[in-house]
Design a protein around this ligand. Structure first.
Ligand code: SER
Length: 315
């Protein structure tokens, strides 16, 4: 089957690995990467790339027509910590790109969309443990408000216009190929880099802040899996809860010490603590398990060993 897929935000933390994985699967030339800036060498050298600002509907439509695109993965977004500093920019970026893609699908110019949601859709009034798929959602961050609204619009476009849009509420994502940017869960990546380069890390969250997390390989597998599932099996047209593990910075430090015994951690919580406090500490993803056979493979220890091994080899 020959299909052309466009990745928007291909140079970011998720976009980079998603592009490389899709290229391996469908062939380099089938996967068109795009972003507002160029990405790392692996990404740029492995297939077609377009400079594209997806808030610009005409520019997006042109790229889609030129490359005969049928599927779009919209990975461009401003994350939670940065969005608190630039609320209007975050809202405009996160919402306008989504509307552009949804409207292109409504006009039958593309057939299928992946759009990521986040655990940030939940808020301080949400049940914190084992947070269910359907529950109170009163996000208290700009980013969370944009993702929650996005979910409502995705479901609306599916119900009213039969737009095939699929979404996952990603937990904090841990990866070694590309750095995250501007999120509250970024500590869980920075800590490995600092453990190797300095043997110590000062964490911007308190030691007992328990958050849902996932290793990138699991997140990419989930993304491909939900996109390959027959449309009638995708019952949640807002976004699916997804889980792999939950841990605190202290538990993460203990895990790193099993590999680097001298590793030291200190805590200096900043404004991101309040964001973290508003999010769940664990997620019930049984509906994703049931609807499209989701199952995570990486726990904390396996993540630690994989991260340190790959980062060490890269240095
Ligand atoms: N990991 C993201 C953040 O911290 C949440 O989706 O902003």
């Amino acid at each position: 089957m020959s299909k052309y897929i466009l990745i928007i935000g291909a140079c970011g933390q998720i976009g980079t690995e998603l592009t490389l994985t899709l290229r391996e699967k469908y062939g380099n030339d089938q996967i068109i990467a795009s972003d507002i800036r160029e990405g790392n060498d692996d990404l740029m050298e492995s297939g077609p790339f377009e400079i594209l600002d997806a808030t610009n509907y005409d520019a997006l439509e042109e790229v889609i027509a030129y490359h005969d695109i049928t599927e779009v993965y919209l990975m461009a977004a401003m994350l939670s910590a940065t969005a608190e500093k630039f609320p209007m920019r975050a809202w405009n970026l996160n919402m306008n790109t989504l509307f552009n893609v949804l409207n292109l699908a409504k006009e039958k110019k593309i057939e299928k969309i992946f759009w990521p949601s986040s655990i940030a859709v939940f808020g301080p009034t949400t049940p914190k443990e084992n947070t269910p798929q359907n529950t109170i959602m009163e996000p208290s961050t700009v980013y969370g408000i944009s993702k929650q609204s996005g979910e409502r619009w995705c479901e609306y476009y599916f119900n009213k216009f039969n737009v095939d849009v699929r979404s996952i509420r990603y937990p904090g994502l841990i990866s070694w190929k590309t750095m995250p940017g501007g999120g509250t869960t970024d500590y869980a990546v920075e800590i490995y880099h600092k453990a190797l380069s300095e043997g110590s890390y000062t964490c911007f969250l308190e030691e007992d802040t328990n958050l849902p997390m996932m290793f990138m390989d699991d997140a990419i597998r989930a993304t491909l899996q939900i996109m390959e599932t027959p449309a009638e099996k995708i019952k949640e047209r807002s976004a699916y809860n997804l889980a792999a593990m939950s841990f605190t910075p202290k538990e993460m430090a203990e895990s790193i010490k099993t590999v680097i015994p001298k590793f030291k951690i200190a805590y200096e919580p900043d404004f991101r603590q309040e964001i973290a406090n508003s999010w769940p500490s664990s997620i019930d993803d049984s509906i994703a398990q049931k609807d499209w056979n989701w199952k995570a493979e990486f726990n904390l220890q396996k993540t630690t060993e994989t991260m340190l091994e790959n980062l060490k080899n890269r240095v």
